[in-house]
Design a protein. Sequence first.
Length: 158
Amino acid sequence: MQANLTVMLTLQKEIRVIEKRLMEQVKLDPDYALLNSVPGIGPVLATTIMLETGAISRFTKVGNFSSYCRCVDSRRESNSRKKGEGNTKNGNKYLAWAFVEAANFAIRSCPQARRFYERKKHARNRIVAIKALAHKLARACYHMLREHKPFEINRCFG
């Protein structure tokens, strides 16, 4: 037990050093503060989303951004029947990871996000519920970055 505690403390020190170097190297935009206001998104995830997204103006619609973040299915349907799938590897895998991580953290810290997750989990399963919450957070981030307004919990989950 003592050996595990020592390893954990050493890793935490190393993580703090890496995070400090990251903040020294990255030039933070005003969008960083906006992204930091979202429940579940902390300094590292906000930096990742900010750097991987680039200029939000390159996405004309929120659906294009969600698709780029791999938060939506690539199924093709006609008359409610599956006609094939698109390229499932299309998009940015780092944004996909970041929004799923944000969803997992949001469940712990935000009661509205937890209520949304529980409702989705009850209807489907855990993985689909996490991905649905990640999609909701991605849409919220798109609108925040587009309009330069802070996160509004009622607008997202209301």
